[in-house]
Every structure is written in structure tokens, then in C-alpha cells.
Design a protein around this ligand. Sequence first.
Ligand SMILES: C[S@@+](CC[C@H](N)C(=O)[O-])C[C@H]1O[C@@H](n2cnc3c(N)ncnc32)[C@H](O)[C@@H]1O
Length: 226
Amino acid sequence: MPDDSSAAIRPTRWEQAGVGRRGYGEKFAGLIRAGKDVEGEARLADALAPRAATILDAGSGMGRVGAALQRRGHRVIGVDLDEELVAQSRSTYPELPVVQARLDHLAPEVLHERGFPTAYDLIVVVGNVMILLADGTEQLVLRRLRALLVPGGRILVGFHTNAWPANSRTYHPDDFVADARAAGLDLEQRFASYDLLPYVAGTDYVVTVLRRSGESASPSGATEAV
Ligand SMILES: C[S@@+](CC[C@H](N)C(=O)[O-])C[C@H]1O[C@@H](n2cnc3c(N)ncnc32)[C@H](O)[C@@H]1O
């Protein structure tokens, strides 16, 4: 069961980055204005999800991933602690509901009392969120997210392994998998990019798909294949 350890009241690495973190929202607003592709994470997430899935965008930032998933027909709820990014997300993507909350405090009741689902087919934790949490809250956040999965649901996580961006932690992909296991989640797949380049030790980005421990992967049968 998730518990509120003292680590969960420490400021996140994101907050501690101060003004350095401001570049993110401006950068993606500029890329989108320039017509650049910022949907790689959403394309992989879409492939992992059933059609018309219920998806939680954990650490949704300015909303680009959640909005791209909405355009693909999914019901998406964003969660982020950053007041300015939540405001940017709501102004850029008014149709994307966003809860301003910390992931280490995210209990089903927080979503329920706002009228949002408490069980998700897929949870996306992309864009370095895992390396910008408060120190020592990684397992707690993973346990909180695990508690929000439907049976058979999966978590898609992506982060840099080389201490980028500023103020992020170095997180060895194997240490991350160990934290996931401790949180009741098994490694299902691991890649070096959202277009599925193979994972090799030392890669500077890692994309991981997690599933609740003990659940076996079985084809949904929702898609016809030959
Ligand atoms: C680099 S941004 C990425 C945002 C988005 N996922 C994307 O890919 O565009 C990292 C985000 O993680 C959020 N974040 C970090 N720690 C968090 C926590 N404990 N709870 C909620 N959000 C958190 C920050 O507020 C920030 O919006």
C-alpha cells in the first residue's frame, strides 16, 4: 500500500531546478508552433493501449502528450504539480483535464473527488518525470501509479540516463527496474527510444514498459492480425 513517507513532502527536483525549468514549456510551445513532431511518446503509448482507452498522463507538463493521445481517441487525464505548466496546458489544450497534484500524493480519492476515473488502461510517465521527482519518492510514486491500473494495465516510462536535464538524477535503468519490482511492477519491455531502437547497456535514454507483478501478457484480441 502507498504510504506517505517524509520523502514525499520534500520539494521535487523539478521545483528545485528553479528558473531552469521554465525553458521546457516555452521550448515545446515553439516546436509546436513550428510544426515539429512532438508526438513520438504518444504514438508508442497509442500502440500499447486498447482503442478508446482511459489513460493517465502522469507529470503531464504543458500537455502535449495527453493532447496527442486525446486526438487518437483516448480519454486522458493529466496530473502535474507545476502551477504554471498546468495553466499553460489548460490554455493550450482546453479539452485536456489536468489535476494539479503531486504524484507521490496521488491516491484514487484525489481523482474520484474531481469526477475522474480511478483505474487506467495505460499510465504514461514520459519526458523525464521519473528523474525529476523528489529524492527517495521513486518507489512510492510507482506504487501510487500501480494502484491506478486496471488488471492488465501497463505503465510506459521514459527518461534520460545521463543526468540530463539540469537538476535531474542519474537513474540506472536496472536500478529503476529494481524500484519498479519493489513497487509490485515487472519489466515487460525495454527500448532505447520511442521508435523502439533496442535497449543496450549505456544507452542515454531508456523507454520501459511495466506491468503489475504476476500478470501475464496476453493478446487483447481487439486488433485483427494475420
Ligand atoms: C520535463 S517535464 C515533462 C512533461 C511531460 N511529461 C512531457 O513529456 O512533455 C517534467 C514534468 O514532471 C513534473 N513533475 C516532476 N515531479 C512531479 C511530481 N512529484 N508530481 C507531479 N508532477 C511532477 C513537472 O512538474 C514537469 O511538468
